[in-house]
Design a protein around this ligand. Structure first.
Ligand code: ADP
Length: 404
């Protein structure tokens, strides 16, 4: 019998399943993996354990349950299954019902089902993962950790759209915000770094990955964030447009006969860095193109990154409005943690706020290295902090299942 206490963390997409087994005391990751193209003949599962990576085709059962069954056999083979004490699930939308993580009961499942209309691609997939995990681990407590929960402290002036109030009262249409676990985690890490109490720390957290969002955190609480009813609002992202004039949608529908499906595709899958550059949604590829020799590609990539960085800088400046004081701006996410180029382009547009970078420190804070990267005469600190959403999920799952 194992003496370790480990949590299985599951993050289910419509055709994917990411997982990790994390020690709930130390935060060490034991095993990680990703099942992709679930439901198709090409379904595979990749498992990383002790530095080895192994890719296997899921031929027997190519659904989420099949991926979980495979995962269970891997846990058995590596003596990890006895050590599991709970399962933590990432759930995208918790609506206004969930202001924090919750032990999964029939009522919690019903409430997640009820909010599925607000996240039709994500919540049903999360529920598939929950039900598959319940079937596989009937004796383990299951905990849901919501992307939206951290933002439930936003004041009404920040979460209301200026549209007919009935839409909020009758249909729940408002801004919810996402990436909550990441904004929460890096804001707490920032407080630790600054040696301040969480509830006295005010930061602007900038999560730049494939999805991008920014959050104003006043004394530990989210008071504004850039994603809205759906994760499409706000910053420019890998393939999502972020903010556009709502008139653009009406124009495309009326003048160019776009269907709702085509608009959805355009704004969520063919826009952002990919749409602007016509090259890639991947920031690394675009940076390579900017510094490469192909002039046409250079221009396209530069345009995409310029629009991306200008939007981030504009949001940072506007979020100072939401705060009574600002202890630091915090960069995180694959781009925020690794791209000194993007950080430099963003901060250089904030000179009116007297923020500037030490470019040497900026270059050093990459590839998992946290750091403080502002220049000595900068009015505000700028931090780089790697995010760890899985750890937040594991910790919440451990705490809630123990206090149950
Ligand atoms: P997700 O939102 O899917 O979790 P990530 O947070 O992993 O995504 O971020 C993916 C993005 O991070 C991609 O655009 C990728 O190009 C970018 N990225 C990763 N490493 C670097 C790097 N060294 N320099 C620039 N961008 C990077």
């Amino acid at each position: 019998m194992s003496t370790e206490k480990n949590i299985l963390v599951l993050n289910c997409g419509s055709s994917s399943l990411k997982f990790a087994v994390i020690n709930s005391t130390t935060g060490d990751t034991k095993i990680t993996g990703l099942a992709e193209r679930l439901g198709s003949k090409e379904a595979t599962i990749t498992v990383k354990y002790k530095g080895n990576k192994q890719v296997t085709e899921l031929t027997k059962n190519n659904q989420h349950l099949g991926a979980i069954e495979y995962l269970v056999s891997e846990l058995h083979a590596n003596d990890l299954s006895d050590s599991l004490t709970a399962v933590g699930h990432r759930v995208v939308h918790g609506g206004e019902v969930f202001t924090s993580s919750a032990v999964i009961t029939d009522d919690v499942i019903a409430a997640i089902e009820e909010t599925s209309g607000l996240a039709p691609l994500h919540n049903p997939a999360n529920l598939v993962g929950i039900k598959a995990a319940q079937a596989t681990f009937p004796s383990l407590p299951q905990v849901a950790v919501f992307d939206t929960a951290f933002h439930q402290t936003m004041p009404q002036k920040a979460f209301m759209y200026a549209v007919d109030n009935d839409l909020y009262n009758e249909k729940g249409i408002r801004r919810y915000g996402f990436h909550g676990t990441s904004h929460y985690f890096v804001s707490r890490e920032a407080a630790k770094h600054l040696q301040q109490q969480d509830d006295q720390t005010s930061v602007i957290t900038v999560h730049l990955g494939n999805g991008c969002s920014i959050c104003a955190i006043e004394n530990g609480n989210s008071v504004d964030t850039s994603m809205g009813l759906t994760p499409a609002e706000g910053l420019v992202m890998g393939t999502r447009s972020g903010d556009v004039d709502p008139g653009l949608i009406i124009y495309l529908m009326n003048q160019h006969n776009y269907s709702a499906q085509q608009i959805d595709n355009l704004l969520n899958k063919q826009s952002g860095l990919l749409g602007l550059s016509k090259l890639s949604n991947d920031c690394r590829t675009l940076e390579d193109a900017v510094f490469g020799n192909d002039e046409a590609q250079q221009q396209q990539a530069k345009l995409a990154l310029d629009v991306f960085c200008y939007r981030v800088a504009k949001y940072i400046a506007s979020y100072t409005v939401a705060l009574s004081h600002l202890d630091a701006i915090v960069f995180t996410g694959g781009i925020g943690e690794n791209s000194n180029y993007i950080r430099s382009q963003v901060i250089s547009q904030l000179s009116i706020l007297k923020i500037s970078l030490d470019e040497q420190q900026n270059e050093l804070a990459r590839f998992g290295n946290a750091g403080e990267i502002q220049a000595t005469d900068s009015q505000f600190r700028v931090l780089v902090i790697p995010t760890n959403e899985e750890w937040v999920i594991a910790r919440d799952a451990a705490q809630l299942s123990e206090s149950k």
